[in-house]
Design a protein around this ligand. Structure first.
Ligand code: SF4
Ligand code: SF4
Length: 373
């Protein structure tokens, strides 16, 4: 489908894309809690950083081997000069690995701009919201100091509208994929979300419009397709930057119909109210969006949301795609699995490395699971 081409072009070589963006300075982010709307409103291009998956020779001098492969991979790319298009980076303090990476990044001082955003761990209490608002205000000030210009309410409102448009579009595409699984390949979901995280946002929003039009036109052809995948899966984990894994599900006749991933729904979940004061509205979305295990909004929030999603989408199973050494997700897994068991929803856990592109044993385990559900 030619409408997907810009997304695949972007994700196939993000560094080349970064070097082509010359009209704006680029600020890298590493977490879906990064305040991209603020970065965008300040006139920068926010670009989510993913590991290029090169061997980590340099990073191992700075990080323990028990850091996750995303953190090790991105540090390697930085130390090797592959991120030379960056003007700076905004780090969000979440897990231990990310906090260590932020310290090393700051000390190495390779880029002109650096900001830490130390959000609260609890996201929903009144005091957390107050604190969060102050932290975001400080991030805004850091950006303003760097540009030498104020971030106006108008530019914030424009950024919010842009991000809401992208989020709405991705939600609509996910809804279409869930309703008509044959309308897209599984790995196209990853390409669309990841591409939207790194492309020029205006272009991403326009291209997503085109994808939706094309998918809507394709629905009559795929609605009763005999080759439609007949098993429905939800993926859960942190970052799942492995198109090969999505292909394995496709090859075994399973459709990914939803997810709880930072390379998926967690990035685009929740719209920012457009009728509120912009900074308060951004804070409100943070407090209400799908929570990750490095943050907290009640003891049962993540399990409730995963079970609800699985039921609402009629999922046959949930696959936990966990990165090795990702403690927050490993910690949450037993209780999530127990809740899925209680709800009669089968699950499989895969422990993966970001660089691994899923073959052999993995294929056998997935096939067995798909036949079982
Ligand atoms: S899992 Fe949480 S901490 Fe890790 S990248 Fe996603 S939002 Fe950030
Ligand atoms: S949450 Fe997990 S995957 Fe994300 S940076 Fe932390 S350890 Fe790595």
């Amino acid at each position: 489908m030619k409408e997907l081409t810009p997304f695949y072009q972007a994700i196939n070589d993000p560094a080349a894309l970064g070097r082509r963006i010359t009209h704006k300075k680029i600020i890298g982010t590493l977490c879906s809690y990064a305040p991209e709307e603020l970065i965008y409103a300040a006139g920068y291009h926010p670009m989510r950083l993913f590991s290029s998956k090169a061997d980590t020779q340099l990073a191992q001098n700075h990080l323990q081997t028990y850091c996750c492969s995303v953190v090790r991979g991105v540090l390697e790319d930085s130390l090797a000069g592959r991120l030379d298009f960056l003007h700076g980076t905004v780090f969000v303090h979440t897990c231990d690995s990310m906090q260590r990476l932020s310290d090393i990044w700051r000390l190495k001082g390779q880029y002109p701009f650096f900001a830490d955003v130390i959000l609260p761990a609890k996201m929903h209490t009144p005091s957390a919201k107050k604190y969060m608002a102050a932290v975001l205000e400080r991030c805004k000030t850091d950006l303003e100091t760097d540009t030498g210009r104020p971030v106006t309410s108008q530019s914030l409102a424009d950024a919010i509208r842009m991000y809401n448009r992208i989020r709405k579009n991705l939600s609509r595409i996910y809804a279409l994929k869930s309703r008509y699984p044959a309308v897209l390949q599984n790995k196209d979901l990853l390409a669309l979300v990841k591409g939207s995280m790194i492309m020029d946002r205006q272009e991403a929003a326009d291209h997503l419009d085109n994808v939706i039009l094309r998918l809507a036109a394709a629905v009559p052809d795929v609605k009763d397709s005999p080759i439609a995948p007949d098993k429905r899966l939800i993926l859960s984990g942190s970052v799942c930057d492995m198109p090969g894994l999505y292909d394995l599900f496709q090859d075994t006749g399973a459709a990914v119909v939803g997810d709880d991933l930072c390379t998926g729904r967690r990035w685009f979940d929740g719209l920012i109210p457009e009728d509120m004061e912009p900074m308060a509205a951004i804070t409100q979305r943070y407090a209400q969006r799908l929570v990750c295990p490095a943050k907290h909004r009640g003891l049962h929030e993540r399990a409730d949301s995963l079970v609800d999603q699985a039921k609402n989408l009629g999922a046959d199973g949930v696959v936990f795609a966990l990165l090795k050494f990702c403690d927050p997700h490993a910690f949450d897994y037993p209780y999530l699995k127990a809740r899925l068991d209680d709800a009669g929803i089968k699950s499989l856990v895969l422990e993966l490395d970001d660089g691994q592109d899923s073959q052999g044993q993995l294929a056998t385990r997935i096939e067995t699971f798909i036949h079982m559900i």
